[in-house]
Design a protein around this ligand. Structure first.
Ligand code: NAD
Length: 318
């Protein structure tokens, strides 16, 4: 068996195109231009690349995009003051503070300072709690992207066994909630988990978000399994050049899996696409109306229950 690759770049491109159409519709019908503010503290090279990528895509879909680049030694109070200003700025619909933050800053104090209605990363405990309770919420982007990728392969997840490796607040925990809501039996694995290989062998879907290169071996997989690799790990190729690899031993895994995401080009672009989708959702729900178009990421939204209440008061009329 040779696994079929799941092309996250192509799927994310379709989501971004759809978001661009939504933005055009919002401008035309409501005179609303969604605004995304991205805050970066320090000059970590990887974080800088992520921030630039997010800003570039935000502009490409028609948002107003602002970047706030603060020095690494900025006082926490100064960062909190900026967030308060963004909270009350009506042109800003989404606020994203790029993680990680320097150690002198309390990450939770910062994340909890963001207005939950503008929390497009979905990290605020208000949104995390609403997600867990099955209430409408802004949901973290990577788990939404993972769910979307899985749904491109199998539309009905009812009864499937899934192992999610990693239980961070940004990936593993919210993803376990989404998959459980979609009807899966979810096992959340972490560093302390015993018999991870056996858990994987019993699973129809394996999602790895551990940040451990080559963790998931080919012989851990049930033949035909769907394998979603969230991990991003730095490695060196055979010529000594730096490269990015996932958590899954890709060559081995392709011999057993039915479908597999590559790294790069799998989950990463989906995360950015759902950041854009979340910003449109925030722009719409903050103003007390709802946007519902019949498209792929709405299917994911509705499968997440959080979007079920959406009323189609803003339909394409062109
Ligand atoms: P984290 O460090 O916060 O959490 C890692 C989790 O994995 C923990 O629960 C830990 O117990 C578990 N874990 C670690 N090693 C393990 C092992 N050997 N066996 C079982 N469990 C193990 O990490 P995070 O922020 O959730 O990120 C995880 C990975 O996903 C990282 O590589 C990160 O770069 C990547 N990531 C990618 C995207 C994307 O868009 N592609 C987004 C977010 C995170």
């Amino acid at each position: 068996m040779t696994a079929i690759p799941i092309n996250g770049n192509a799927i994310a491109g379709r989501i971004r195109a759809r978001v661009a159409r939504e933005v055009a519709l919002l401008k035309r019908q409501r005179d609303i231009t969604p605004g995304l503010a991205v805050v970066l503290v320090g000059d970590d090279p990887a974080s800088s690349v992520y921030v630039r990528t997010k800003a570039r895509h935000a502009q490409a879909v028609g948002f107003t995009s602002q970047q706030f680049l603060l020095p690494v030694h900025v006082a926490e109070t100064e960062l909190l003051t900026l967030i308060q200003a963004l909270n009350i700025d009506d042109s800003v619909d989404g606020i994203l503070v790029q993680l990680p933050l320097p150690s002198h800053i309390d990450r939770w104090r910062v994340l909890e300072a963001i207005d939950p209605s503008k929390d497009v990363d979905g990290f605020h405990p208000y949104n995390a709690g609403r997600l867990a309770a099955g209430r409408p919420a802004l949901v973290p982007c990577t788990p939404l992207g993972v769910l979307h990728l899985i749904k491109t392969v199998v539309s009905d997840l009812n009864g499937l066994d899934v192992v999610v490796i990693g239980r961070s607040n940004i990936v593993g925990k919210p993803l376990a909630v989404l998959l459980g809501d979609a009807g899966c039996t979810v096992t959340g694995a972490q560093l302390q988990t015993r018999n991870l290989p056996d858990l994987c062998r019993q699973s129809d879907i394996v999602v790895s978000a551990a940040g451990s290169a080559g963790l998931v071996r080919g012989d851990w997989l049930k033949p035909g399994a769907i394998v979603i690799d969230v991990g991003i790990n730095r490695a060196i190729d055979s010529t000594g050049a730096p490269k990015l690899v996932g958590d899954v031993a890709f060559t081995e895994a392709t011999k057993r899996a039915g479908y597999i995401t590559p790294v790069p080009g799998g989950v990463g672009p989906m995360t950015v696409a759902y950041l854009l989708a979340n910003t449109v959702s925030a722009a719409v729900s903050r103003r007390g109306f709802q946007l519902s178009l019949d498209h792929e990421h709405d299917q994911v939204r509705s499968s997440c229950r959080r979007w079920q209440d959406c009323a189609a008061d803003l339909q394409a009329t062109t």
